[in-house]
Design a protein around this ligand. Sequence first.
Ligand SMILES: NC(=O)c1ccc[n+]([C@@H]2O[C@H](COP(=O)([O-])OP(=O)(O)OC[C@H]3O[C@@H](n4cnc5c(N)ncnc54)[C@H](OP(=O)(O)O)[C@@H]3O)[C@@H](O)[C@H]2O)c1
Length: 291
Amino acid sequence: MSARTPCLLDGKTLAQKIRLQLKERIAHLQPKIGRPPGLSVLMVGDNPASAVYVRNKERACQQIGIVSKGKHFSADTSQQELESVIAELNKDEEVDGILVQLPLPNHLDTVSLLHTIHPDKDADGLHPVNLGKLVRGESGLRSCTPAGVMKLLAEYDLTLNGKKAVVVGRSILVGKPLALMLLEQNATVTIAHSRTQDLAAVCRDADILVAAVGKPEIITEDMVKPGAIVIDVGINRLENSQKQAKLVGDVAFDRVAEVAGYITPVPGGIGPMTVAMLLSNTVQSYSNYSK
Ligand SMILES: NC(=O)c1ccc[n+]([C@@H]2O[C@H](COP(=O)([O-])OP(=O)(O)OC[C@H]3O[C@@H](n4cnc5c(N)ncnc54)[C@H](OP(=O)(O)O)[C@@H]3O)[C@@H](O)[C@H]2O)c1
């Protein structure tokens, strides 16, 4: 097979552009609303990967003028304590978005905690009201990672109408909402998962292939239709023999890049888009405040 150069879908650059637009929007809205937007990120325990994500989100907030009201709780914090903090934040007029950094320690009930966030402050778009609006095709706060994928596809004018899309992974965080968003854009959508038979054949049928699995390089070049759009949502931390950490996606990038028409890198693809969509959701809630 001859080597091809696919188009790189550059999430990092688009995320920077979106941040600048949001910064301008905040500067425009702030005199009218009389305060800056606020995002509260709740972190429980000391998961090192979560700590990095939370720091990135807080830094991104500060850069564009969102006040970051982070709260860090010890790993043994009770469900009741967290629910009462969320109840206070729901009432706090200076907080436009609330996000619970996942995963939570095992003794906590993630789903019921997410249900306690007011749907209008649901910066992660994971509340059943917002997921329900997505199912119905109504506007509302949308899950950040799938919304980031859709925004990146739109930036490159990649139309989905009538195309075959395969989403590998069916989590409520990524796979399911993304499948609905692709369907909304008139793609013919297949969702694959751990019980899918002959995953390679299912993937090879895709004009747009999205990997959201969490298994390093599970998608190889023989699973990709020549010229397909390949979106890698996966973030996997691997250590080399010198114990240095390296991030890899769910797609074997170098080999798949020889077959794909478009491909996202890891890092620099969907990761920064997810953060940009979190900021965008917060600013959307903030702008509703003035209405
Ligand atoms: N870029 C970002 O900002 C961002 C945001 C969120 C997540 N992520 C990354 O995206 C990945 C997926 O995250 P998630 O939260 O959706 O993970 P998850 O909840 O663990 O879901 C993984 C999905 O992959 C499926 N799966 C597992 N093994 C498979 C296999 N061998 N073949 C086909 N499907 C398989 C599972 O199927 P079953 O349902 O049958 O078990 C499940 O639906 C992770 O690497 C995560 O770190 C990145």
